[in-house]
Design a binder for this molecule. Structure first.
Ligand SMILES: CC(C)(COP(=O)(O)OP(=O)(O)OC[C@H]1O[C@@H](n2cnc3c(N)ncnc32)[C@H](O)[C@@H]1OP(=O)(O)O)[C@@H](O)C(=O)NCCC(=O)NCCS
Length: 150
């Protein structure tokens, strides 16, 4: 774990988004690496174009990335109005690095960020990982329904 670097990006992640910056603000083809990470280790965020990824990053209040030997191995982002609501998105750890506490590290870094730590409600949507989030202080909403636009 000592060789893992966690980056708390500035809002909108301009360095990662525009220059592909990684640890120590060095260019590491970060956007291309992020695209590979999402393609290989998620089922909902595959085949996103660079343009789409840039837009998603630009619109994110908080962006966290995890690096090992200049390789991006974890990621997570959140959007928020800074006071009432926040939503976590695209939490992922590469398969060969899972089970070592890194996913928890990403979620904790998002939750402890100054932009959302005092927000009234923090939500996320998950298909297969409820147990993972329950360990981190989330609970299932039984009084509310999740609706999506048809
Ligand atoms: C979900 C994910 C981010 C977890 O990352 P991770 O680094 O493996 O998680 P951690 O090592 O911090 O796990 C913390 C705990 O949650 C448990 N856990 C991890 N993934 C889990 C899952 N999918 N379901 C249930 N429990 C899970 C671990 O066993 C661990 O428990 P322990 O402390 O008792 O050993 C990772 O498995 C992943 O990227 N999966 C593919 C993408 C994905 O589905 N992301 C979630 C989108 S909502």
């Amino acid at each position: 774990m000592a060789d893992i670097i966690l980056i708390r990006h500035a809002s909108g992640a301009p360095g990662l988004r525009l220059f592909g910056l990684g640890p120590n603000l060095l260019p590491r083809k970060g956007l291309s690496q992020l695209r590979d990470l999402l393609d290989k280790h998620t089922f909902w965020a595959q085949k996103r174009s660079y343009k789409e990824l840039r837009q998603a990053l630009a619109g994110s209040t908080i962006v966290i990335s995890l690096w090992k030997h200049n390789k991006i191995i974890g990621f997570g982002r959140a959007t928020s109005d800074g006071i009432f609501r926040a939503v976590l998105w695209d939490i992922v750890v590469s398969e060969d690095s899972q089970g070592q506490g890194l996913g928890s590290k990403v979620v904790k870094a998002l939750l402890s960020s100054s932009q959302i730590k005092n927000v009234e409600r923090i939500y996320l949507m998950t298909t297969k990982s409820s147990n993972f989030y329950e360990q981190l202080g989330f609970e299932k909403c039984i009084s509310q329904s999740l609706l999506k636009k048809k």
